[in-house]
Design a protein around this ligand. Sequence first.
Ligand code: C2E
Ligand code: MG
Ligand code: MG
Ligand code: MG
Length: 292
Amino acid sequence: VAKEAGRNRYHLYDPEHDRRARAQREAISRIEEGLLRGEFQLHYQPKVDMRRGRVVGAEALIRWQHPQRGLLPPSEFLPHIDGTELARPVGEWVIDTALAQMAAWRKGGLELPVSVNVSARHLQSPDFTDNLARALARQPGVPPSDLELEILETSALDDLLHVAGLIDGCHRLGVSFALDDFGTGYSSLSYLKRLSAKTLKIDQSFVRDMLHDSEDMAIVDAIVGMAEAFQRRVIAEGVEGVEHGVLLLHLGCDCAQGYAIARPMAAAEIPAWVANWRPDGAWLQAARQHCP
Ligand code: C2E
Ligand code: MG
Ligand code: MG
Ligand code: MG
């Protein structure tokens, strides 16, 4: 200990730091055990085209069915593993599970594109593209073009050139990308030009408040315009009310995801939900008004 005490002295002798480091290690090993015991699940939240009245896909969202604490959202456990070694096995489990689910739905006659969230650490692991190719090969019945990877705009900025290359590599496999929480980072136009991600997901904070906050509405409007100018698809997250959908249609954004459409649900509920979903009448009317 004495030998190490030089540069890291403050860390070594700070009991609070010690305690936090130990808690973090314990949290990580509990998450690892949960993964091995099969306690993780994916829930799926539908995405729809409000104008055409079509279900266009679903986003896979991780949950932990904890034996004592119940069903935990990602905010309860992902922060512990963000940037650690465990980000990759968890990320690989998510991709494998989503692909297996897509194959199962296909057997039942449902062809549904699925997006999964990928952490920066996992995306930048050295053999990401090769592993993705292997995961796709394990599910030969699922077209790679039905898989989309959502990455945070901010994680793309970490190492722009590297991420731009990864996106192109995955495109060669047929897999597409979406920039998640778009608008919350420093989305400059030149950086959007370099990233060939096909979809921009407008962050829910802007969408939620745009009915009352003219600046948020201006941001949503600007992102829709950017998507159009750069020939990207655009989808709004956090659509909590029918009125949000109406305004989005007026702004030229047809695709939406949010509680007004559906909450994330267990995989088993998806086929019936897809079969029964109908767009709101107000959306069809807005669509006709705006684009006859
Ligand atoms: P995200 O990718 O932006 O996902 C959208 C989040 O917003 C989800 O929360 C979803 O349940 C929630 N949401 C959807 N519609 C609405 C709405 O109308 N109103 C409100 N208030 N919320 C809505 P969730 O499932 O708790 O996930 C939170 C974040 O955790 C995700 O944000 C994503 O960044 C991350 N995450 C989730 N699953 C995974 C995963 O498998 N891997 C990784 N790396 N990250 C994940
Ligand atoms: Mg997402
Ligand atoms: Mg998001
Ligand atoms: Mg988010």
